[in-house]
Design a protein around this ligand. Structure first.
Ligand code: PMP
Length: 439
């Protein structure tokens, strides 16, 4: 703590009007967070004048970094024309067309304001389409804060239950038992156990919700075998396969589903496709999306949203997506590979047990060296979690911003020398961990 810090003074002030001084758990940092002032490209300036290379990009959403001129001018033009109407606008059609063109599982889409809402609407759509009540999701995977979708998220290991049939554990205190009773929790990448759970619950399962590269499960990809089984068994049992691409849309123009070769019935999207503004979308096959169609009277699933498809998000999102051509994805992939390799080398050079996982522009650090395939493998011990938080602080103090639990998301403005700077800084931070015997 530094008494002259403006961030610290802002946090002290915030504690009076925001619980814990915080309005977004993911950005909480003890003893106080660093407050942002402004950003440009891959750098963000904090209120104390420090310049940070931004490796979190608003939790993966800002694929073009900060204040990209094309996105800013699209937003400015729309702001001058009006920001939201009680009418549809042409901008929503253009973004829907682009996504349907690029993503294999998307024929039609409904826009929302967040990924949380997109997932909520996808689960409601699956229930309405199938007439069944239950949802299956992967143990530990994060899909936003709808009660059903957050089940089993970050449950303490004492509550995990059997590996082959993980317990359905509520995330928020006070969650009704009916919620956990209607969620089947699947062990990630365990095809045999997952297939058995799907078959045992077939008559009551509406959908399987899965992120193909789940961040909280260790940012390890779903195996080809697991995906083949999921697609085959859900089709056979009449269960909808829902792929959550809120984060992974940044992996390829067709999302992770095109990269890993699975076509879902429903897809949820968000983050990068808002061009820096709030956004989400529930999308999929036209016959499933018909549950939202109001043209023949009250739809099976009514869906509104005061700011859904607001034209500022739509035009900025369209500009962001149009900038993502094959060359942009190729550069993000190359930088991701460079960084993963450099970080793994930093672990080797400093003798700290650790590894970098992920795909393309998404990278996650782990303070464990064994090969990771499942949630339970990847879950950090309390010592490892503390050491990761310390590593994050050492990175931050040297000008690199990432998620406190080790997530990194790259952006298109980054150049080779920026990747080199991140690797160099990681070396220094890992050396501190080694010197101080943090692990
Ligand atoms: N799904 C996934 C996979 C996510 O990572 C997130 C947010 N990080 C969400 C859904 C929820 O999105 P939002 O924060 O926009 O509500």
């Amino acid at each position: 703590p530094d008494p002259s810090s403006r961030s610290q003074a802002l946090h002290t002030r915030a504690k009076r009007s925001l619980p814990g001084g915080n309005t977004r758990t993911t950005v909480y940092l003890s003893p106080y967070p660093v407050y942002a002032a402004h950003g440009a490209g891959c750098r963000v300036h904090d209120v104390d004048g420090n310049v940070l290379i931004d490796c979190i990009n608003n939790f993966t959403a800002l694929i073009h970094g900060h204040a990209h001129p094309a996105l800013a001018s699209a937003a400015h033009r729309q702001i001058d024309l009006g920001t939201a109407f009680g009418m549809p606008t042409e901008s929503e059609i253009a973004l829907a067309e682009l996504l349907a063109e690029r993503v294999p599982g998307i024929e039609q889409i409904r826009f929302t304001n967040s990924g949380t809402e997109a997932v909520m609407m996808a689960l409601k759509a699956a229930r309405a389409y199938t007439g069944r009540p239950k949802i299956a999701k992967v143990e530990g995977a994060y899909h936003g804060s709808y009660d059903y979708a957050e089940t089993s998220l970050d449950a303490s290991p004492a509550n995990w239950g059997e590996a082959a049939a993980p317990a359905s554990v509520a995330h928020s205190l006070g969650t009704p038992q009916g919620v956990t009773a209607d969620v089947v929790v699947l062990p990630f990448n365990d095809s045999k156990a997952t297939e058995a759970l799907l078959r045992a619950n077939a008559a009551s399962l509406a959908g399987v919700l899965i992120d193909l590269l789940p961040n909280r499960v260790g940012l390890i990809p779903a195996s080809a075998e697991y995906l083949e089984m999921l697609r085959r068994v859900t089709t056979e049992l009449g269960i909808l396969l829902i792929v959550d691409e809120v984060i992974t849309l940044r992996l390829a123009s067709g999302g992770a589903q095109s990269r890993l070769g699975v076509t879902p019935d429903l897809t949820t999207v968000g983050k990068i496709m808002g061009g820096g503004f709030p956004v989400g979308g529930v999308a999929g096959r036209a016959d499933v999306m018909a549950v939202f169609d109001p043209s023949a009277g009250r739809p099976a699933v009514p869906h509104g949203g005061t700011f859904s498809a607001n034209p500022v998000s739509m035009v900025s999102g369209l500009a962001a997506m149009q900038l993502l051509d094959e060359a942009a994805y190729a550069q993000l992939d190359r930088h991701g590979d460079m960084l993963r390799q450099g970080l793994n080398q930093a672990f080797a050079d400093t003798g700290i047990a650790g590894q970098a996982t992920g795909l393309g522009s998404l990278i996650k650090l782990h303070l464990k060296a064994d090969k990771l395939t499942s949630y339970r493998d990847a879950y950090p011990s309390p010592e490892q979690a503390r050491a990761m938080a310390r590593f994050n602080r050492e990175m931050l103090n040297r000008g690199v911003l990432m998620a406190s639990y080790g997530l990194i998301a790259l952006s298109t403005p980054m150049q080779d020398q920026d990747i080199a700077q991140i690797i160099e800084t990681a070396h220094e931070a890992l050396n501190v961990l080694r010197r101080e015997e943090v692990l």
